[in-house]
Design a protein around this ligand. Structure first.
Ligand code: F6R
Length: 609
């Protein structure tokens, strides 16, 4: 949600910032801009829309210098426009600021600064920052002191990068709530909201803690904590490779990430499974504690919550622990009941989602322990949770979550089996059977991916529809929610997922020949119930798209379109069902000419509440 970059070093600042912004574009693409300090003066370029627009502008109006900052915006305060685009400047254009987050007290500051004679050009909260810094510089403070004073006046959460003519070879930075990384290459430093921007040229990085601030200069990095004490930088090697953050031969990152799923699963199994047992080496909770947990409260958002809903069934089934799920944004406001044996589980790809993070903080304020399932193990949630499980999906950059979802489901399944085994609830033969099926998932996924052409045919049919219904039961009710979420977010076709049993209690009224119904009916206990749903929809002229187990002739005959997944245990089926649903959303969006990696109005890592 907004990406910021900064660069100081010998390379072309414009090029480094541009590549950095391209790598961070998933965080927002309403507008983009950069400010470069060259020959003692700050120049800026801004463009509405995607980074490509800024790139066009730079072609005609290039920038030169050795220090610069850049921004890709996901609009919060003020519509996407050039005037609202970052960087924001003081009147004399001697200070430039890029910001990710929200200054909650901006209205008060704005009126105070207006009284002091400052003129605001934009509707953004960010613009208070350059004026505040200007005020302190005018009062005679050094750039370092002016920056520190400005920070003390700003409430809310933010990541900031600032350049100023009076501090010729410095970029100031601060982190409070929103992520920020300082990375170094050869005689050069980069600031960035996330790792992808720094991977091409940096070898190691510092993940700033909340409240930390400071500056980079050619001499190095200086960091202070919130109390103003100097902090010794903790450099960590960057393990992500360029291939991890590049779309390679694929047209879109989302497609690449869908195709990565078999490899992700092999990685997870290699790390977590041996011949007979499951391992979570990074999990700080001991077996004794886990065996005593009496209640689990899963809180997450969007796709991560859908994974959590499947996890709930696993945990109740295999660990026999009473488990609830809720949207983080609801959970934290409903004064949740607590007890000593309750464990709060947060699930998040980014580890930066503001709602989930607030849920974690609420849990800790109520003295509950927190375990988070995270893909970004350097994230704020990783730091604030009592323990974590690494999803190991690798960097997920496509705005629509795919491989992180299936990695969440897989890790939740393994976790539930692990806890169930600690509690001696699962006979070792049963565990061995599930694990041996799980090991076959990567190859089963590869088989599904090979068959992508049949999904293209369904997408060609779906592309002209305005509404679609997804139905599933038990393990695949959350799959229906996830299938609907994927379709609506990238193709803009309205889609809703329902529990099959609820269909006749209202949603059935929506069905007509123009409203297709996706029936998720793999082999298992609920298959016959799903056939009843199919018949109900068919009787109202609804076109049927079914996801079935290979060779299910009965459902095939009744369906207008079908997609077959390999035969597997019902508990594992959500992992396989997810893939055709992701492909269906993808190819439908392509058919409709949508920009899959930049769905309108959305951004990855939602760092505002
Ligand atoms: C949908 C999607 C979102 C995220 C949600 C939570 O494809 O990606 O619904 O799942 O914003 O994000 P994380 O998992 O980063 O907390």
């Amino acid at each position: 949600m907004c990406g910021i970059v900064g660069y100081i070093g010998p390379k072309s600042v414009e090029s480094v910032l541009l590549v950095g912004l391209q790598k961070l574009e998933y965080r927002g693409y309403d507008s983009a801009g950069m400010a470069v300090l060259g020959d003692g003066e700050i120049a800026t370029r801004k463009a509405v829309g995607k980074i490509a627009e800024l790139q066009k502008l730079l072609k005609n109006q290039p920038m030169f210098g050795t220090v610069g900052i850049g921004h890709s915006r996901w609009a919060t305060h003020g519509e996407p426009s050039t005037v609202n685009a970052h960087p924001h400047l003081n009147k004399q254009h001697t200070i430039a600021v890029v910001h990710n987050g929200v200054f909650e007290n901006y209205a008060k500051l704005r009126s105070e600064l207006t009284d002091d004679g400052y003129v605001f050009l934009s509707e953004t909260d960010t613009e208070v920052a350059p004026h505040l810094m200007d005020k302190y510089l005018e009062e005679g403070f050094s750039p370092e002191e002016a920056f520190a004073r400005m920070l003390r006046r700003l409430d809310g959460q933010y990541a900031l990068a600032v350049i100023a003519e009076k501090a010729n070879q410095k970029i100031f930075f601060a982190r409070k709530g929103s992520p920020l990384i300082v990375a170094r290459g050869k005689s050069e430093y980069l600031l960035s909201s996330d790792i992808p921007a720094v991977v091409p040229i940096c070898e190691d990085a510092i993940y700033l803690e909340n409240g930390e601030w400071g500056y980079v200069s050619p001499e190095g990095v200086t960091i202070f904590n919130a109390a103003g004490d100097i902090v010794t930088p903790k450099w960590e090697p960057i393990t992500v490779s360029i291939e991890d953050v590049d779309k390679g031969e694929f047209e879109y990152l989302m497609l690449k990430e869908i195709y990565e799923q078999p490899d992700v699963f092999e990685r997870i199994f290699k790390e977590r499974l041996d011949e007979t047992f499951i391992h979570f080496p990074e999990l700080k909770f001991g077996k004794e504690y886990l065996a005593r947990v009496g209640r689990i409260l899963i809180q997450a958002c969007g796709t991560s919550l859908n994974a959590g809903m499947i996890g709930r069934i696993y945990i109740e089934q295999f660990s026999r622990i009473s488990t609830e799920t809720d949207y983080s944004s609801e959970w934290r406001y409903r004064n949740p009941l607590t007890s000593g044996d309750s464990l709060v589980v947060g699930i998040s790809q980014s580890g930066e989602t503001a709602d989930t993070l607030a849920g974690i903080r609420e849990a800790k304020a109520k003295f509950m322990r927190v375990l988070s399932f995270l893909n970004n193990v350097n994230s704020t949630m990783a730091r604030e949770s009592d323990a974590l499980i690494n999803l190991m999906a690798g960097p997920e950059i496509g705005v629509a979550s795919t491989k992180a979802f299936t990695a969440q489901v897989a890790n939740l399944l393994l976790f539930s089996l692990y806890v169930g085994s600690i509690k001696w609830l699962i006979p070792s033969e049963e565990r061995a059977k599930i694990l041996s099926e799980l090991r076959m998932v990567p190859d089963m996924m590869r088989k599904i991916l090979k068959n992508h052409d049949s999904i293209k045919k369904i997408a060609a049919f779906l592309k002209d529809k305005n509404d679609t219904i997804f139905l599933g039961r038990t393990y695949n009710y959350p799959s229906a929610l996830e299938g609907a979420l994927k379709l609506k977010e990238i193709s803009y076709i309205h889609a809703s997922g329902y529990a099959g049993g609820e269909f006749k209690h209202g949603p059935l009224a929506l069905v007509s020949e123009n409203v297709p119904v996706v029936i998720i009916a793999p082999k298992g206990e609920i298959r016959t119930k799903m056939i009843s749903n199919l018949k109900e929809a068919q009787a109202r002229k609804g076109k049927i798209i079914s996801i079935i187990t290979e060779g299910d002739e009965e459902i095939k005959k009744e369906s207008d379109f079908y997609f077959e997944i390999p035969e597997c245990d019902e508990s594992i089926s959500p992992l396989l069902v997810a893939v055709p649903l992701q492909l269906l959303a993808y190819y439908t969006a392509i058919e409709r000419g949508c920009d899959v990696d930049r769905p309108r109005n959305l951004a990855k890592a939602v760092t505002v509440e």
